[in-house]
Design a protein around this ligand. Structure first.
Ligand code: UN1
Length: 506
């Protein structure tokens, strides 16, 4: 069993609330992976102060040197890839192969940003006046608080932590407690790569303590930027809190991601995409497929092929080659069962139970007794309507909705109706339809003949509407989150030249 503690300014803090959270293996609830010594709000604020104390020092390290630290993080993560992936698989039940992909994403992120250490370009800009030079610089924002979910317990945090550090910021990271051991492992690898104490702190505390600690940190001017990945409801609360202190957080929230299947689509490809993005990671990605919006002429055929593909997909032990393993934790499983309660009489549940892990099926929907693993059978619900709760809200589990349409314009309306806007996909061989869809769908990410999930680490990642506040992570675009532009003008004429007033006319 792994003992998990907070680390502030290089010092381990072994819990201040007296409470211990047990992070269980969702494939075998009897097995505790980690005991997390939970901290309270004051530890979160202390971590903000520790990070804030280091921000000048770290920000003054030349960016290429920070880039070298990022390079060693990448190398160290790569050298420990299998161990880290196995820990992720044990702690949240993500299939090992996917977990390896997740760890690979950290390495990709490091590869991208180590080079940015030698760029972080500013500009030279012409002045209105002679003998005057104008420049722009990217300055670090200062202290970044990173609060992350556990469905991507190491890659998504790295999307914040790596560029934030590269840009010269110090960081306080609050991971999800149900993925605490994976988070602690990543934190240790980062610190071992040469980060000075206090530059990357990690705090384990529950939601309310985090909120209180963050508020105090913001009020005391110890937090300059918040990065949050998680539900839209919590994101709204964090956004409100930051707004009170005139801050714009980077919010990466939920999704109800649509996939439009046009009459000319390659149906097998579309079905494969629906299976991967609907049921991969047990549907627990922010980019998971929400609703397949299928043209009425191919709707029946799509359902038939989808049903067959899902029935053949192996589920179960995350260490085996499976489509998906258990749900993340008991809390997520309970919530998913509630979402299944949104199925209405006018819906058709297409999938039947496709297997049993054990004989006594203790709860409806589970493939076996939940204690032996939070395995849930795949659910496909046909006949959803735009006004249904199931259609409008994220269900974060192995459930996909299907509905049909007649014209592309109707499909676009349906795609936008839930008010999220993260990822959207269209399957078609018609370029005009694909580009029209791209322009009209409100989504940060659009796929053509590809599923809604599986974004690459060097493209902008993020959403609109209920999926976020328009901020973008990843690639060069995230630099605008973790740096602030500063302009400088330098007048070497020896005179006071007044902008707008002393401009020479020709
Ligand atoms: C998330 O679920 O928070 O695009 C991120 C994808 C992943 C990231 C998902 N690379 O599916």
């Amino acid at each position: 069993m792994i003992d998990v503690v907070s680390v502030v300014a290089g010092r381990e803090i072994s819990g201040t609330t007296g409470s211990v959270y047990r992070s269980k293996n969702p494939s075998a609830l009897g097995q505790t992976v980690a005991e997390v010594r939970m901290a309270d709000a004051s530890v979160f604020t202390q971590a903000c102060a520790a990070a804030s104390d280091m921000k000048r020092e770290w920000g003054a390290v030349p960016a290429p040197v920070r880039g070298r630290v990022i390079a060693s993080i990448g190398r160290l993560v790569e050298a420990n890839m299998e161990t880290l992936a196995a820990l992720v698989a044990a702690e949240i039940g993500k299939p090992f192969k996917e977990a390896l992909g997740e760890v690979r994403e950290i390495v990709d992120t490091c590869d991208f940003f180590l080079g940015e250490g030698r760029r972080l370009y500013g500009q030279t800009v012409p002045s209105e006046m002679p003998q005057k030079s104008l420049f722009t610089f990217r300055n670090p924002v200062g202290t970044v608080a990173v609060i992350t979910a556990g469905n991507f317990p190491v890659a998504v945090p790295a999307w914040y932590i790596i560029p934030a550090l590269l840009c010269g910021n110090s960081v306080v990271w609050k991971p999800a407690e149900y993925a605490a051991a994976s988070a602690q492992a990543l934190h240790r690898l980062c610190v071992a790569s040469g980060l000075p104490d206090g530059v990357l702190n990690i705090v384990f505390c529950d939601g309310e303590e985090t909120y209180a600690g963050l508020e105090e940190g913001l009020a005391k001017g110890l937090v300059d930027k918040v990065g949050f990945t998680g539900s839209s409801a919590v994101g709204a609360r964090i956004g409100e809190l930051c707004g009170r202190y005139l801050q714009t957080p980077c919010l990466e929230l939920g999704g109800k991601n649509p996939m439009v299947v046009m009459p000319d689509a390659d149906l097998d490809l579309a079905v494969e995409g629906a299976v991967f993005s609907g049921f991969g990671t047990a549907g627990q990605r922010c980019t998971s497929l929400g609703t397949a919006i299928v043209h009425e002429s191919v709707h029946e055929e799509f359902i038939a092929r989808l049903k067959k593909a899902v029935a053949q997909a192996p589920l179960g032990d995350p260490m085996a080659d499976v489509l998906y393993g258990p749900l993340l934790s008991v809390r997520f499983a309970e919530r998913f069962e509630e979402y299944c309660g949104w199925i209405e009489p006018h819906h058709t549940v297409v999938t039947e139970r496709i297997g049993r892990i054990s004989a006594d099926n203790a709860r409806p929907g589970f493939l076996g007794s939940p204690e032996e693993g939070l395995y849930y059978h795949p659910v496909i619900v046909d006949g959803v309507r735009a006004e249904d709760r199931l259609f409008r809200e994220e269900t974060f589990g192995p459930l996909i909705c299907v509905t049909s349409f007649d014209t592309l314009s109707e499909a676009i309306d349906l795609a936008n109706a839930p008010g999220y806007g993260l990822s959207a996909s269209i399957y078609t061989s018609d370029a005009k339809a694909a580009f029209s869809f791209r322009a009209a769908v409100s989504a940060g990410m659009v796929s053509v003949n590809n599923s809604t999930s599986g974004a690459e680490a060097h493209l902008p990642f993020g959403g609109n509407g209920k999926s976020g506040n328009g901020s973008r992570q990843s690639g060069m675009w995230v630099l605008d989150q973790f740096t602030r532009w500063q302009s400088m003008n330098w007048d070497y004429s020896g005179n006071l030249q007044k902008a707008q007033m002393d401009v020479r006319e020709f």
